[in-house]
Design a protein around this ligand. Sequence first.
Ligand code: CTP
Ligand code: CA
Length: 224
Amino acid sequence: CEALFLRQDLLGIKVAITAGPTREAIDPVRYISNHSSGKMGFAIAQAFADRGAEVTLISGPVNLAAPDKVNRINVVSARQMWQQSMKSAVENHIFIGCAAVADYRVAEVSEQKIKKTDDNDELTLNLIKNPDIIADVAHLTENRPFVVGFAAETQNVEQYAKDKLQRKNLDLICANDVVGGSVFGAEQNTLHLFWQNGEKVLPTDTKKALAKSLVQEIIELYRK
Ligand code: CTP
Ligand code: CA
């Protein structure tokens, strides 16, 4: 059975995947980030590579070893991920945004460690919006890849996911319900896929098994 999945039927297909969190510096010793483990993105990279696709994995800081035969590019901040993604997007057939990109970064990063003061119990950080990586990729007018996004939602999953599909100009969006934070770092997940003319549920399974099913769905839609 495993041998079926390992058939090299995606030779010549080039895929770029973003994964993990990004880190936005506050000062030299502190940052803003999120709970993304990178597991789903790495599992998708592995599943594509197992079928012979050429995979570029643009990863934020995670505690995971790169899958075999994958070209891994390490980044830290959302802006670094944006740069590597825009470069990779035009060189790949398929772009998958699995990263939990920090929506905002600190407007002015302090060059020195911020010190506590006795005279003020409050500290305000000014945040500014980061670029939307996947929306910028999906709005490319030349060499635009097939674009797959993810949506982690805590409520109104279907409505928010469909809204992101339209607004970001994606070809496919994979929604997961993160009520109670159950997705982050977990081994299992459930995905609800939405595209322009259809939808499909990939029932709860390990991230590795889901990644294999998802790769099959992506390839079928990409070939249409
Ligand atoms: N994404 C991205 N760049 C960003 C923010 C998000 O590429 N600056 C991508 C994610 O990788 C994912 C998709 O957009 O594929 C949806 O991410 P999500 O955080 O759910 O969407 P947002 O538009 O940031 O909306 P919100 O966080 O407010 O729900
Ligand atoms: Ca977000």
